[in-house]
Every structure is written in C-alpha cells, then in structure tokens.
Design a protein around this ligand. Structure first.
Ligand SMILES: Nc1ncnc2c1ncn2[C@@H]1O[C@H](COP(=O)(O)OP(=O)(O)O)[C@@H](O)[C@H]1O
Ligand SMILES: O=C(O)C1=C[C@@H](OP(=O)(O)O)[C@@H](O)[C@H](O)C1
Ligand SMILES: [Mg+2]
Length: 166
C-alpha cells in the first residue's frame, strides 16, 4: 500500500504506449464509491472476491500494465494467475521510508485504519514474505516515481532484447 503501484504503473504504461488498468479503480467505478466505503458498506470479503475475479479476467487479456491493490497477492489464486500470465514487479520500500508515507495514505486505505503504528509495522513485515514471490524486484527508496518507471521500462526492454536474440 502506498509504495507507488498506481502512480508508477500509469507512467510505465505511458512510456510503453500500453493501456493501463488499476484494479482498485475498476472496483471503485463498479460500486461508484471509494475503496474505504466499499469496505464499510459492502465488506472486505466482497471486495476481495471482485478483486480476484477482475484480475483473473484482465490477466488473460491483451498486453497492458496492471496495477494491483497491495492485498491482492495474499490470495494464492491471484498470485498464480499473475505469475503465469504476466511479468510481476515488486516495488520494494523499506519500513523506514514507508513509515513516513503512512500519513499520505491512511485515510484512503481501510486496512490501516484503527491500527497502532506497531500493528501497521507488524502487517508490513508479515506481508514481505508474500511479496518475495515475484519476477523482478525494484528498489524505490530515495527514487522518484519517474526514476522507478524508467528503471522498469529499461529492464523490460533489456529482457525483450535478450529474448529476441535467443
Ligand atoms: N517514489 C515515490 N516517491 C515519493 N512519493 C511517492 C512515490 N511513489 C508513490 N508516492 C506517493 O505515495 C502515495 C501513494 O502512491 P500510489 O501510487 O497510490 O501507491 P499504491 O498504488 O502502491 O498504493 C501518493 O501520494 C504518491 O504520490
Ligand atoms: O493492501 C491492501 O490490502 C489494500 C491496498 C489498496 O491498494 P494500494 O496497494 O494501491 O494502496 C486497496 O486495494 C485496498 O485499500 C486494500
Ligand atoms: Mg494503488
């Protein structure tokens, strides 16, 4: 949450001339309400089901850049479909840097609400294990969104050149 998936994903899509899809935005449009309201009025379980179903659909479509919500990868089916159909980038941010970003995102991230800083830290480290399953890790500490997006684009181009030469 708040590591920059939505912002950076949009930039990567623009740089690669691809469509961009943010799963949270799709769900918000469907329900015509922000994620925090979906959690309180419809419930997290329904949100997670929609998240899984939409990700499964979009992963099997054309080439595009997809930004997941930070909790999506906790579902095994989502991990499987993403890892088998897509190149999965993990945007890595240290706890020290993420801690400073919490104030920017707390109001719009229901998972963080009502939690103490200690509980949020526990959640952060608990999720690291799941996030260690990916195709490519991108360090984001002390890098702006443009810099991270450029790095992702360059690494995709390099991978493509390597693939073409084989
Ligand atoms: N590399 C970065 N440096 C500084 N601020 C960032 C960076 N990446 C994201 N942000 C800021 O953090 C907040 C959350 O970004 P967002 O793209 O919504 O993350 P996510 O989709 O992973 O939750 C936004 O205010 C965004 O501008
Ligand atoms: O980590 C999570 O459980 C969530 C992350 C959010 O997306 P971002 O990672 O884009 O903030 C959003 O899907 C929802 O608030 C739940
Ligand atoms: Mg997002």
């Amino acid at each position: 949450m708040g590591v920059g998936k939505t912002t950076i994903g949009k930039l990567v899509a623009k740089k690669l001339y691809r469509d961009f899809i943010d799963i949270d935005e799709v769900i918000e449009k469907e329900y015509n309400m922000p994620v925090s309201q979906i959690f309180t009025e419809i419930g997290e379980t329904a949100f997670r089901e929609r998240e899984k179903s939409i990700i499964t659909d979009v992963c099997n479509q054309k080439l595009q850049v997809i930004s997941l919500g930070g909790g999506a990868f906790l579902q095994e089916e989502i991990r499987k479909v993403c890892l088998s159909s897509s190149i999965v980038f993990f945007l890595d941010l240290s706890w020290e840097s993420w801690k400073d970003r919490i104030s920017l995102i707390i109001d719009s991230r229901p998972v963080l609400q009502g939690k103490s800083l200690e509980e949020i830290e526990e959640l952060f480290y608990k999720r690291q294990e799941i996030y260690s399953i990916h195709h490519s890790k991108v360090e984001t500490d002390n890098h702006d969104t443009e810099g991270v997006a450029d790095y992702i684009v360059e690494s995709l181009k390099l991978a493509w050149e390597l693939y073409e030469s084989n």
